[in-house]
Write a protein that binds this ligand. Structure first.
Ligand code: PLP
Length: 418
């Protein structure tokens, strides 16, 4: 793959778009972002017409692969009738019913556009319900780019102040965060016992640490958080922006059998379009009729909700999760097997169709693994395989055994040369 047109396109984009990328994290693509002209199933085609097997899947959303015909036909049928109307339409309840049907604790929902936004809404609901201010979250977890949650990634024992996640962020909101360690039951207990004194309104957790190593919760971690939240009047929020509708139809709640008060969903829910939701207990959600502000011009827009309804109906077929599990397990065994066959090759952590490359003995951080993964990222791109800079791998129902065998073959040849 020559990547020639992508290189030229990136240079041109940099002249009109800050950093040359639509989202800052994409700047980590090496040697530069691939410029795509078409995307179907498990594949994308670049501006030169070269085809790639895509393991990025738009950074998570595409559980059914690119351009799923069911989603496209629902979107086309709606888009020719209306686009955004700023008032009620039937897809508001049709899509909501399809989402609530899948989520074990789904009594009611609120629509918003991105995961970042939905997290903010969930926190506002928790603060309104408890009359408290602070949020317990876990080191290295990512909950969107907003100042209120985008904190430095350092591990703390809950007493050290959080650092801003980047320049230009407000430091005054950081005191709202209490940062603990994922899977540290003892520390969570120690902090939550003092929830009233510490003014803690919510526990915000990505139950599988999607952006920091794909670490699964220990058997007692989520259930202990549930018990402690109940005991100390704290709202338990699962951030399932990546995990939701990907690791299971009912997300982390279904997979681990622990029901939060609220869950935040985004990516996979909309099959490639833009919409997110806060889902959970009616009593919490209904606070929007009692002074909690939740707004957005593009919330619940018909085109996105047509995509949500079609995607959620497609995901209701149990074959989807069976297929995802089979193909993801095959990827782990076959491609992971190639890594395992070379010294210091590393391995994958896997929860369902979400995988994370882990270098030997390493504790992966957020959005970047370096070392051998950088070699793999760049080397595989030249042979027609698109991976993420962070080492995360997303599978879809559109990936096939032949994609995986081709990936393994190319990886083996690459590593033999390295
Ligand atoms: C766990 C998690 N929460 C929230 C977000 C923010 O979602 P968005 O990028 O749609 O704002 C992300 C994005 O990757 C995420 O992975």
């Amino acid at each position: 793959m020559a990547l020639k047109s992508s290189r030229v396109a990136f240079e041109r984009t940099r002249r009109s778009v800050g950093g040359g990328v639509g989202s800052g994290l994409r700047a980590a693509m090496r040697p530069h972002p691939l410029f795509v002209r078409e995307a179907r199933g498990a594949h994308v085609w670049d501006l030169d017409g070269d085809r790639y097997v895509d393991y990025v899947m738009a950074w998570g959303p595409l559980v059914l692969g690119h351009s799923d015909p069911r989603v496209l036909s629902a979107v086309s049928a709606t888009a020719t009738k209306m686009q955004v109307v700023g008032t009620g339409h039937a897809l508001e309840y049709l899509a909501a019913e399809a989402v609530l049907e899948a989520v074990p604790h789904g009594e009611r929902l609120l629509w918003s556009n991105t995961g970042t936004e939905a997290v903010q809404v969930a926190l506002r609901l928790a603060r309104a319900a408890t009359g408290r201010r602070r949020v317990l979250k876990f080191a290295k977890s990512y909950h969107g780019w907003h100042d209120t949650v985008h904190a430095g990634m350092a591990e703390t024992d809950g007493d050290q102040p959080a650092a801003p996640g980047g320049r230009g962020q407000s430091s005054s909101v950081l005191d709202d965060l209490v940062i603990a360690r994922f899977n540290d039951v003892r520390l969570a207990r120690q902090i939550l016992i003092e929830a009233v004194e510490r003014d803690i309104a919510a526990v915000l957790i990505d139950p599988v640490m999607s952006n920091a190593g794909v670490e699964t919760p220990s058997p007692e971690f989520l259930s202990t958080l549930r018990t402690l939240c109940d005991r100390h009047g704290v709202v338990l929020i699962f951030d399932e922006v990546i995990a939701g509708f990907r690791i299971a139809r009912g997300g982390a709640a279904e997979k681990y059998g622990v029901l939060p008060d609220l869950s935040v969903f985004g990516k996979a829910m909309t099959g490639g379009f833009t919409q997110s939701a806060v889902v959970g207990r009616a009593e919490l959600i209904d606070q929007v009729t009692a002074g909690v502000v939740h707004a957005g011009t593009f919330n619940a827009n018909p085109v996105a909700l047509a995509a949500v309804e079609a995607t959620m109906r497609a995901l209701a077929d149990p074959v989807v999760y069976q297929t995802l599990e089979e193909i993801s397990s095959e990827f782990d065994t076959v491609v992971g097997g190639i890594l395992g066959s070379v010294p210091d090759g590393g391995s994958f952590n896997r929860v369902g169709s979400l995988l994370q490359y882990v270098p030997p003995g390493a504790n992966t951080g957020l959005h970047g693994t370096g070392g051998l993964w950088t070699t793999i990222l760049e080397g595989m791109l030249h042979h027609g395989f698109l991976f993420m800079p962070s080492g995360k791998v997303f599978l879809s129902t559109a990936h096939t055994t032949s994609d995986i065998e081709a990936t393994a073959g190319a990886l083996e040849r690459l590593l033999r040369r390295t």
